[in-house]
Design a protein around this ligand. Structure first.
Ligand SMILES: [Zn+2]
Length: 401
């Protein structure tokens, strides 16, 4: 793989051994659509390691044996790429970047992201906004990234919005981040300007420890994407921008409660369809409604009926990502047996007691937050959430086994 940056324009050329259909770090197959993309609102004089890692968040799935950058990188970044992915990276010849002092939040506007932001009221926001690609037709006009960007701009925080078409480098399964970390590509290029030492993400307990999302659905202490000692954690640390998961120890029930109790409540938006509120009719809205109803101890309020295809996703036989929150909702939503979730009751014996671990914070998640920002997260969890008992922590550690 050969990588070239011209300002915020990234172009990459595959080597003979590279592949058009690659695998992201979560093992999900991703097919390449085009070999260029751009990032707007970033400086052109960032540290060369920052350009290298920003590019790697896009090209990693398709790279096999080596990656050549257009400017020399540090030995530390080359070593992290070699140890993590087995690729030869070069040329080598730069001094490593030192970590800055500021923690910024990678802010999406979703409940998890808002909860992470609530823990650090002084942290600036970096917001990634999808924009159309100049050569790839946009067949997803319902995806209202402009609405999210406007909401992010009115939170009262210092917000830097990065615009990018990098999601259109993916042909399949659909436009999206080649690696989850591509959401940080613009943040990396801004790291010198913002004096970044850490970047906070809204990934919660399921994503960090339970192999949620597109991933394994079992306990993942060594999660390659989000563990600080995983390959991405080490690569980001090598450029002085530590991965920080402020809500990595709590479930989506807690992030939902924290977000809806926060002063950013009016800015929470997890659905990318619709312009003045969640659409209420997509699968994500249904999933979030189950969690919100559980948190608010009220009946389910949804126009979605059991015959809709989007309902089926959450009514399958386990295991699947987000299963812990389905159990949580089944145990807590009044009248759930009279809703479209009734068939799921056959798969679980969920009770309030058996799901109470999802109301507390998993202590190792706080331990792995870098020292400059750890105490603040610990104090927040002590005051607002409470920590898991050893028996509850064992529920995390035996998940999926
Ligand atoms: Zn929706």
């Amino acid at each position: 793989m050969r990588v070239t940056w011209t300002g915020g324009e990234l172009t990459f050329r595959l080597d003979p051994e590279d592949e058009i259909t690659g695998k992201a770090s979560d093992e999900h197959p991703v097919k390449l659509a085009t070999n260029s993309c751009s990032i707007g609102g970033v400086p052109d004089d960032a540290h060369p390691d920052l350009f290298a890692v920003a590019a790697w968040t896009v090209v990693a799935p398709w790279t096999r044996g080596r990656v050549s950058f257009d400017r020399a990188v540090s030995a530390e970044v080359a070593a992290a790429l070699h140890d993590g992915w087995g690729v030869e990276a070069g040329p080598v010849g730069a001094e490593a970047r030192q970590a800055g002092r500021t923690l910024a939040i990678s802010y999406s506007g979703g409940a998890d992201s808002v909860a992470a932001a609530t823990i650090y009221p002084e942290a600036p926001f970096l917001h990634f906004q999808r924009v159309p690609h100049r050569r790839i037709p946009n067949r997803w006009p319902h995806y209202r990234s402009d609405v999210l960007a406007k909401l992010a701009a009115t939170t009262g925080r210092q917000v830097t919005t990065v615009t990018s078409d990098l999601e259109y480098t993916l042909a399949e399964p659909r436009p999206g981040y080649p690696e989850h970390h591509a959401v940080a590509a613009g943040a990396l290029l801004l790291a010198d300007r913002l004096d970044l030492g850490g970047l906070g993400f809204g990934y919660e307990l399921g994503s960090r420890w339970l192999g949620g999302g597109r991933y394994l659905h079992r306990y993942t202490a060594d999660n390659p994407m989000w563990a600080p000692h995983g390959k991405w954690g080490r690569l980001f640390a090598a450029v002085g921008v530590h991965l920080v998961l402020p809500v990595g120890g709590v479930s989506e029930a807690i992030t939902m409660r924290v977000a809806l109790d926060s002063e950013l409540r009016g800015h929470v938006r997890w659905c990318l369809r619709g312009t003045d509120g969640p659409c209420r009719t997509c699968g994500k809205c249904l999933y979030k409604e189950l969690i919100q109803a559980a948190v608010e101890r009220r009946p389910l309020d949804t126009p979605i009926t059991a015959d809709r295809p989007i309902a089926r996703k959450w009514l399958r036989k386990p295991p699947y990502g987000g299963q812990e929150m389905i159990e949580y909702g089944l145990a807590r939503v009044p009248g759930i047996e009279k809703t479209l979730f009734a068939p799921a009751l056959d798969y679980f014996e969920a009770t309030e007691e058996s799901t109470s671990w999802l109301d507390h914070c998993y202590p190792p998640a706080i331990d792995e937050i870098p020292a400059p920002w750890r105490d603040q997260a610990a104090a927040f969890m002590t005051a607002e959430v409470g920590f898991m008992t050893e028996a509850e922590a064992r529920r995390v550690e035996t998940w999926g086994s």
